[in-house]
Design a protein. Structure first.
Length: 217
């Protein structure tokens, strides 16, 4: 991996937006798509999470690293708009289930979808089910992406998967997030749910969809 993850992590924890961006930008030409840059940022934030779990940093430090990473992520995505493919007319909606605050991974996935020509809406963290269903009913996305990171929220996941998957347009439901990379969540999902534990799996899924002509306008 071209970027020094420890150095990047330290910069995120310092809240040094410019230096963190410079570190990513310096190596960006080595990436052949954004998913590799996003993986670097993911590894850095995973290290931040490990430091927090081991009480080596405070929750304030973790929040500062998150907002700094968010800045770098947005700046990188803007700089790499040249990779964006023409619009394919497909819609994707992304959200974190109720009580889930970790949204960076979801933002990365939304940006990857945009690169592949999808029209996306990112509803962010902590979205109650009723509002997720209402928005999806009105906007009619082809895909709804759900992020879940905390184990005690897994029981809620089945409600989201069921209600969103049963909408009139029957969107495909993708489930990702930290929990999806650690556990088999299939018992909380329907047979039509797609589990995507990491960014590599998302990229492969997007590649497979290129020839799919379904359109929900």
């Amino acid at each position: 991996m071209p970027v020094d993850i420890k150095q990047l992590t330290d910069l995120l924890l310092e809240g040094n937006e410019d230096k963190a961006w410079e570190l990513i930008e310096t190596e960006s030409e080595l990436f052949d798509s954004s998913h590799l840059a996003f993986e670097v940022l993911t590894h850095a934030m995973q290290l931040v999470g490990k430091l927090w779990e081991e009480n080596e940093i405070t929750v304030a430090d973790e929040h500062l690293a998150t907002t700094t990473c968010d800045y770098v992520l947005s700046r990188y995505a803007y700089a790499k708009k040249k990779w964006k493919q023409p619009s394919n007319g497909k819609r994707a909606l992304f959200l974190c289930i109720d009580q889930e605050q970790h949204y960076l991974g979801l933002k990365m996935i939304s940006l990857l979808f945009e690169e592949y020509g999808w029209d996306t809406r990112l509803l962010g963290a902590n979205l109650p089910l009723e509002y997720a269903v209402d928005t999806a009913s009105k906007w009619q996305p082809l895909v709804v992406g759900i992020s879940v990171a905390i184990l005690y929220n897994a029981d809620q996941l089945s409600k989201y998967v069921t209600e969103l998957g049963n909408l009139s347009n029957q969107p495909e439901v993708l489930v990702g997030g930290r929990l999806a990379s650690m556990y088999d969540l299939s018992k909380y999902c329907s047979t039509n749910t797609v589990l995507v534990p990491d960014l590599k799996e998302i990229k492969l899924w997007l590649e497979e969809q290129k020839g799919d002509g379904r359109d929900h306008g």
